[in-house]
Design a protein around this ligand. Structure first.
Ligand SMILES: Nc1nc2c(ncn2[C@@H]2O[C@H](COP(=O)(O)OP(=O)(O)O)[C@@H](O)[C@H]2O)c(=O)[nH]1
Ligand SMILES: [Mg+2]
Length: 297
């Protein structure tokens, strides 16, 4: 399988993962079904990794995103948001085996949920299609899961992470939202609204996702903690979106995420068998992450 090298940032390849470019400037990338036959360093069968990528008019950015995919991912699922710029055609031309999934209604949340449900691997990795998240970091997330985490959340605010994409307003908003979520949900997350996350597929029922928009990562992070999953954070660097404009509106979506944090609190209280007053502290089987932090009580 060949991934065309049409990206300014991807040339000259290798792409950081040891893929040598072939003579015609393409990168050999084998996807689909191979990872299940491989072993990891411990001699165990390597988990099959499904990469889920929501995309709304990201045709210009996909070459860069796909160029950095590790060679041994099991499947790539592109969830298209009814793009009008040839996103699907570009995806298929770059990666003929890409699985294209539609969302039932508009929104990044619905898109991710649709992609998760369509996935068939052992591990699901979600990343963005705008060139801001580097697929070469997938190995970090997979390593964290193989080391014992149920859920590996990307963080731009750990040593080794960062962001070139956050405006001052979005940085402030992210801080306020993260602080609110930590205070109301007993978490110690350093990041809340970041699109790069991974988890074992078997955890999908516990996450029980049911949201439409940009609040989806907040819901995932809070429900992972509430379900007492072992959560770890992985440092990640967010580059600037390469082409096009963000679909997120900082104020509108910030308010939406704040309402979600409050609704998740009510949901957690409502699900306590003895009512709100008796709500138990979450995560009593404390998990110390690979980074030595406690991420929830
Ligand atoms: N399928 C789908 N993807 C979406 C939708 N809204 C945003 N995305 C994708 O979600 C990712 C993050 O969106 P982006 O606009 O970059 O938001 P930001 O990173 O928060 O600025 C990108 O890959 C978008 O193309 C949608 O309604 N449907
Ligand atoms: Mg973005």
């Amino acid at each position: 399988m060949k991934v065309a090298d049409a990206s300014p940032r991807a040339a000259p390849l290798s792409n950081g993962n040891g893929h040598a470019p072939s003579e015609n400037g393409h990168v050999e990338l084998s996807v689909n079904g191979h990872a299940g036959l491989q072993t990891n360093g411990n001699g165990r069968a390597a988990p099959r990794v499904s990469v889920v990528i929501p995309a709304l008019n990201e045709a210009l950015n996909l070459p860069l995103v796909f160029a950095n995919l590790p060679p041994d991912v099991f499947e790539v699922i592109l969830v298209d948001g009814r793009s009008t710029d040839g996103t699907i055609e570009v995806a298929r031309s770059l990666l003929p085996d890409v699985r294209v999934v539609s969302e039932s209604r508009p929104g990044k949340g619905i898109a991710l949920i649709s992609g998760f449900e369509a996935s068939r691997g052992d591990i699901i990795v979600a990343l963005d299609a705008d060139g801001s998240t580097d697929a070469a970091e997938i190995s970090r997330f997979v390593a964290a899961l193989e080391e014992g985490a149920d859920f590996a959340k990307g963080s731009r605010f750990l040593d080794g992470g960062g962001s070139a994409d956050l405006t001052p307003l979005r940085r402030l908003g992210n801080w306020l939202l993260r602080s609110s979520a930590n205070a109301l949900h007993g978490t110690r997350y350093t990041d809340l609204c970041y699109g790069y996350n991974a988890f074992w597929r078997r955890c999908l029922p516990q996450l029980d996702l049911d949201c439409d928009g940009f609040e989806v990562e907040t819901v995932m992070n809070i429900r992972a903690a509430r379900a007492k999953l072992r959560v770890t954070e992985v440092p990640s660097f967010e580059s600037k979106r390469v082409h096009g404009e963000s679909h997120l509106n900082a104020v509108r979506d910030g308010v939406r995420i704040l309402r979600t944090i409050l609704a998740e609190r009510r949901r957690a209280q409502g699900s306590s068998p003895d009512g709100p007053e008796a709500e138990a502290p979450i995560g009593s089987d404390t998990y110390a992450s690979t980074l030595g932090q406690r991420l929830h009580r």
